[in-house]
Write a protein that binds this ligand. Structure first.
Ligand code: SF4
Length: 356
């Protein structure tokens, strides 16, 4: 059982982060924020995939102007991502966003950061302090020569202490470097010192398998150590994939379950059916189910009985036929052509909502 680090709880709109709240899954839109329809459509897809907080980039005037519409129509709290332009932080809060993300290192003078904090306090807006290797303060870069874990940690502690000194506690911190080991070290140093909730992720993880592995290793290790109150997987991909990967990481550590978890055998020479095709079809058909259900699809009887016993519903394939298991008990013998349909019936029930 993973012991989560004890953190204070903060509130981003109606979503709680930290304390006893579940690890929150968040993502960021990849659309131009000012293209309101496109952005809202992506937000809707992310919401359906299980995203709970959404961040939108606010690099230009037209993006600020679009914010009230986006906030009004978003099913989840909206966080404005602000860099270099403090005036957009004020105007985003005016537009009704529930949170803002700033990297104090690129906002400018400390007085300006403080003014943003005071305004967030007045408006009940949460702040994420972003500490990234790419936007570290000059003095820390001079002190350490490069953006190492210690420098990232010092920057994060420095700003957290300032925020608290200014009487503001509704904030979380993210410490992100693209180097997995530095990232883990910096988060560990910070976690030992404070009870500030942490947003975790590996920035610029990249594309495809490499990006997913890098994120899974970095985020997975931190979560295993009990660190992380909200997660964003950053991939050069459709953000919906980020949400799916985030849930897969949380699920594999037993932290959160959402949707159908498919256990499938890797296949070998004993196989008698086209298992990849069956798994793909089952996965596709069960995509929208939110209920946490474990489904095992096994190529032959060797491991099927054991796996099927552990799963809610299992399919053990033989030559030209298969057995459907439910909660460890065989319930139906099915011919090859009806395997998928029969499995789906057992998982979904008649209402299609998941009857297990
Ligand atoms: Fe091979 Fe059967 Fe194991 Fe699948 S379940 S990998 S087919 S032995």
């Amino acid at each position: 059982m993973i012991q989560r680090r004890k953190t204070r709880q903060i509130q981003v709109g109606w979503v709680k982060v930290g304390g006893s709240a579940p690890v929150v899954v968040q993502s960021m839109t990849s659309t131009k924020t000012h293209k309101v329809e496109e952005t809202l459509q992506q937000i809707k897809r992310l919401w359906e995939a299980g995203c709970e907080l959404i961040r939108v980039a606010v690099p230009h005037e037209e993006d600020v102007i679009a914010l009230p519409d986006i906030v009004r129509n978003s099913p989840m709290p909206v966080i404005a991502d602000i860099h270099f332009a403090p005036s957009y932080a004020f105007r985003s809060m005016e537009a009704g966003v529930h949170g803002i993300r700033i990297n104090p290192g690129n906002i400018g003078k400390e007085e300006i950061v403080r003014e943003i904090v005071e305004e967030a306090k007045r408006k009940g807006v949460a702040i994420r302090i972003g500490v990234n290797s790419g936007s570290l303060e000059k003095d820390l870069l001079e002190k350490y020569g490069h953006p190492c874990a210690q420098a990232l940690f010092e920057s994060a502690i420095r700003w957290s202490e300032k925020f608290e000194k200014w009487g503001f506690y509704n904030f979380k911190v993210s410490i992100k470097g693209s180097d997995v080991m530095e990232n883990i070290k910096a988060n560990l140093l910070f976690a030992k010192e404070t009870d500030v909730p942490l947003h975790i992720g590996i920035t610029e993880a990249g594309m495809g398998t490499k990006g997913i592995v890098k994120s899974s290793v970095g985020i997975g290790i931190l979560l295993y150590l009990g660190i992380g109150d909200t997660v964003r997987v950053s991939l050069t991909d459709d953000p919906v994939v980020e949400v799916e990967v985030a849930y897969a990481i949380l699920q594999s550590l037993g932290i959160r379950r959402r949707g159908v978890e498919i256990v499938a055998c890797p296949t070998c020479g004993r196989i008698e059916v086209d298992l990849p095709k069956i798994v793909k079809e089952v996965e596709e058909k069960l995509k929208g189910i939110e209920k946490p259900i474990k489904v095992a699809v096994m190529g032959c009887v060797v491991n099927a009985i054991g796996e099927a016993r552990e799963a809610d519903v299992g399919l053990a394939c033989g030559r030209g036929f298969g057995w459907i298991f439910k909660k460890g008990k065989p319930v139906r013998r099915v011919e090859e052509e009806e395997m998928v349909q029969a499995l789906l019936e057992e998982v979904l029930g008649h209402d299609g909502e998941g009857k297990v």
